[in-house]
Ligand binder design. Structure first.
Ligand SMILES: [Zn+2]
Length: 412
């Protein structure tokens, strides 16, 4: 059975040898995979609705696991004995409902059961509840699939020797509830993508409210959310060499010196010059067909993932000219129109990426540069969302571009 990445992650999160209770089981896929693979000796598949439970029953029967997977029509954990379960798995419902289900049955926490939880909204409610119950998030996954972000938390009781852990500041605790202590600690790259989108959206809304002259009290909540997102982004930022240490002309060790309005800037005492950070500039493009309903994605350098056409800006060149040149060099097509979309600094390659959308003269891909591109093809916008390398800078640009297209489409 082929599971989606999210269901696969749920199954992966469950500890081996555990008997699971899958609450809101829907099709019963997760318990089937876990029991069929031998990872779990048995399971309870529960659902409050008759229809989904019947579907689960049919599937379980089809694969001949009716003796090891029991089905139960019940609301949440009602009527389930903690002694029959090692891991409680709940996915595919909102955070509030999940919080209610878990709060109704503290006996599962008291008994130290494992939880694997994937709330669809209000993630912070679940993280707060876990903390109240003296539980900790052992591991957490942040996924992007079919145009949506998902979180999966694996939680267990805090071991006794960790009970007197140093209390983190209120602010850090709030950040951890909102964005996940584990994800922040490991600087999760998908979470960072999500947060960058959140930051842009909130900024755009705030700017609009300001333009419309809406009283600041009304946007104060949103401004506070934006501050939290920016604080989390500061934690999630990969550590980059953002300041130069040696002079690029003479190699002398640089010293920091105060420059008016700029703050402390590296200074070369030999050249008597301030040395500002040096970085590369590149462009990436949503290349659109003449009808503007398909986008071109490519595979490059032997890597099995789809990205956008991109290239470095040469010294002395306009970024607009780079777009035209790179599209011609890489896919052999003439650009008939282009539009600047968004920029983002990419720390791993110390590059400022400028993203453009551009339209080309035809869909003909017979002139692609075989030495530069392994494979490329046209995708519908919906397809492109699922094929673009998840969590990548290219996916952030593409998703933002497609969201904008959808917003334009709706307003027409
Ligand atoms: Zn120097």
């Amino acid at each position: 059975m082929q599971l989606s990445r999210r269901l696969d992650t749920l199954a992966k999160a469950v500890s081996p040898g555990h008997r699971i209770a899958d609450i809101g089981t829907d099709h019963g896929f997760v318990p089937i995979v876990l029991v069929e693979s031998g990872k779990c000796p048995g399971a309870i598949a529960a659902d409050v609705h008759e229809g989904p439970l019947q579907r689960a029953k049919d599937h379980i029967k089809e694969v001949g696991l009716s003796d090891r997977i029991a089905t139960k029509q019940t609301d949440g954990l009602d009527g389930i004995d903690p002694d029959d379960v090692d891991t409680v798995l709940i996915a595919g419902m909102g955070g509030s409902l999940m919080e209610r289900i878990l709060s109704d049955h503290p006996e599962f926490f008291a008994a130290g059961k494992e939880f694997v939880l994937s709330p669809q909204s209000e993630w912070f409610k679940i993280r707060k509840l876990l903390r109240r119950m003296s539980y900790r998030i052992i591991q957490e996954w942040f996924l992007f699939e079919d145009g949506k972000y998902y979180v999966v938390m694996k939680a267990g009781p805090i071991p006794d020797h960790d009970q007197i852990s140093p209390v983190s500041s209120q602010e850090r605790q709030d950040l951890e509830d909102l964005f996940g202590p584990y994800l922040l600690q490991v600087k999760d790259e998908t979470l960072r993508s999500y947060m960058l989108l959140q930051r842009d959206k909130k900024k755009e809304i705030l700017a609009r409210l300001e333009r419309e002259g809406v009283a600041w009290e009304k946007s104060a909540g949103l401004a506070q959310e934006l501050r939290m997102v920016e604080k989390a982004l500061a934690i999630l930022s990969p550590k980059g060499e953002d300041k130069m240490r040696y002079c690029m002309e003479c190699g002398t060790k640089l010293k920091e010196r105060l420059l008016e309005k700029e703050g402390m800037v590296p200074y070369c005492e030999k050249c008597k010059t301030f040395r500002f950070p040096v970085f590369s500039t590149a462009v990436s493009m949503e290349v659109l067909n003449p009808a503007r309903d398909k986008v071109l994605l490519i595979k490059q350098y032997g890597k099995d993932k789809y990205i956008l056409v991109a290239g470095y800006v040469s010294k002395g060149e306009n970024a607009e000219d780079t777009v035209v040149r790179e599209v011609m060099e890489e896919v052999g097509l003439r650009v008939t129109g282009l539009h600047f979309e968004k920029s983002e600094y990419f720390a791993p390659s110390n590059t400022l990426m400028l993203n453009f959308s551009c339209v080309v003269e035809s869909e003909d891909l017979s002139h692609i540069a075989r030495d530069e591109i392994d494979y490329c093809r046209w995708f519908s916008f919906e397809e492109a969302k699922t094929y673009i390398a998840p969590g990548s800078l290219a996916s952030r640009f593409l998703n933002r571009f497609l969201e904008k297209q959808e917003a334009i489409g709706e307003s027409l």
